[in-house]
Design a protein around this ligand. Structure first.
Ligand code: NIG
Ligand code: FE
Length: 411
């Protein structure tokens, strides 16, 4: 049996508490142990508490001295587009000159330009890039990511991306939760309804048959998929046993939050334009909002989602990077914490809850990860600071000193 004893963490941020997503004031309760310690056996947390108590049971465990550092559960990044080819540097420069996301897409940039590059890339090349991205996440202290397809838009290319995710999961320590996002954009030469038919009759059955995804997602937006089309795809996915996520109300308030509530989605993501009625609908249906301030920032917008109202309404808010080459080229959860605090007026504690335990529940893994409690996986990071608030405060500064997945050091 391999075992490890982590001792003397300045702050051991456990987030122990109720076995469900945290809401309201619970989001501020991090259950911190000062001078904390933790005993890990066979990849799982055996006991956790004051360092001097843990020290008495060290036995032959390997000792990790976390003196002077903050120890936290690894971040769970609940919304990423991890597999794609190339970059969108031209879009980036055009935005700097004042063009909008939609203008750039119409002029040949946008999602479509990444689709062309991703279709042309081999599975091997995509896997090599994906491994590089996975390493970036680990270096930021993230140990689990949800990751979507969506840059293939043909049966074979969507399956290719999902297969890359499956191989990635086998070959890197980062835990991957796969999502099928065939309805990310309408391919050239097809009408929305023709493509919808392809997604429903060919893609979804293959994805489910080959067990390649846990969730189905859509981009419900003007110029992409409208409410009725989104409802058709998601309802079909639900019938086939997939859980639902959705890119909704990002650029326009089209009623996407209400749709996710109507369908009993697990999450509704983006929500920059969602109003009080949308928030109330999410609350009533117990849908978790996944807020993506990195994409608001990188698109040069100032319209952040209404995080405070959502917390006050009792929603179990989640924060994620939306890592993708177009609207949010960052794998950094600490950067997202900074944006959450400075732009959405979340407290550092709320932001940490939103990016660990709440995020874990939003990917159906709340029983295994997201907090440091006995029997959960020993997925944690040691940060070079003495107060958890420093993670959100020193923005743009790498602070992860070491990262562990299932008790093994991966960084
Ligand atoms: O979450 N909004 C749609 N999808 C992505 C952007 C993808 C892209 O621009 O490549 C997002 O922001
Ligand atoms: Fe996204």
């Amino acid at each position: 049996m391999s075992s490890l004893a982590l001792l003397h963490a300045e702050q051991l941020v456990t987030l122990s508490g109720p076995k469900r997503p945290r809401v309201g004031v619970e989001m501020s309760e991090l259950a911190i142990i000062r001078n904390g310690g933790m005993l890990v056996r066979d990849g799982k947390i055996e006991s956790i508490g004051p360092s001097d108590e843990i020290e008495q049971n060290v036995g032959d465990a390997e000792v990790v001295d976390a003196r002077g550092g903050v120890v936290m559960p690894g971040f769970v990044d609940a919304h990423t587009h991890l597999v794609f080819a190339g970059n969108r540097l031209d879009d980036f420069e055009r935005r700097a000159r004042g063009e909008t996301y939609e203008q750039i897409a119409r002029a040949g940039g946008g999602i479509w330009s990444t689709v062309e590059k991703t279709r042309a890339a081999s599975e091997r090349d995509l896997l090599a890039d994906a491994k590089k991205h996975a390493n970036w996440f680990l270096r930021c202290g993230t140990t689990t990511v949800e990751a979507k397809s969506g840059y293939g838009l043909t049966v074979e290319d969507e399956l290719k991306i999902l297969r890359v995710l499956r191989r990635l999961k086998e070959e890197v320590p980062l835990e991957i939760v796969p999502t099928f996002l065939g309805a990310h954009a309408v391919p050239r030469k097809l009408t929305p309804d023709e493509y919808l038919d392809l997604v429903i009759t060919e893609m979804l059955p293959r994805v489910v048959m080959e067990n390649l995804a846990e969730f189905c997602d859509i981009f419900c937006e003007r110029g992409y998929f409208d409410i009725d089309q989104s409802r058709k795809i998601l309802s079909e996915a639900k019938k086939l046993g997939l859980n639902l996520r959705g890119h909704v109300d990002q650029l326009t308030n089209s009623g996407g939050a209400k749709l996710m509530a109507e369908l009993g989605g697990t999450t509704a993501d983006h929500l920059e334009q969602t109003d009080e009625q949308g928030i109330a609908a999410l609350r009533k249906a117990n849908v978790q909002p996944v807020l993506l301030p990195g994409s608001v920032y990188a698109l040069g917008s100032s319209r952040y989602p209404r995080a405070r109202e959502m917390i006050e309404a009792g929603l179990a808010v989640v924060l994620a990077t939306d890592f993708n080459p177009g609207s949010s080229p960052t794998p950094s959860m600490p950067m997202v914490l900074s944006l959450a605090c400075t732009q959405m007026k979340m407290s550092p504690a709320e932001a940490i809850t939103a990016s660990t335990v709440n995020a874990a529940h939003s990917v159906n893994r709340g029983d295994k990860i997201g907090s440091l409690e006995p029997r959960k996986l020993a997925n944690f990071a040691i940060f070079d600071c003495q107060d958890y608030r420093e993670l959100a405060y020193w923005f743009g500064t790498p602070q992860a000193l070491a990262v562990y997945v299932k008790g093994g050091r991966v960084l």
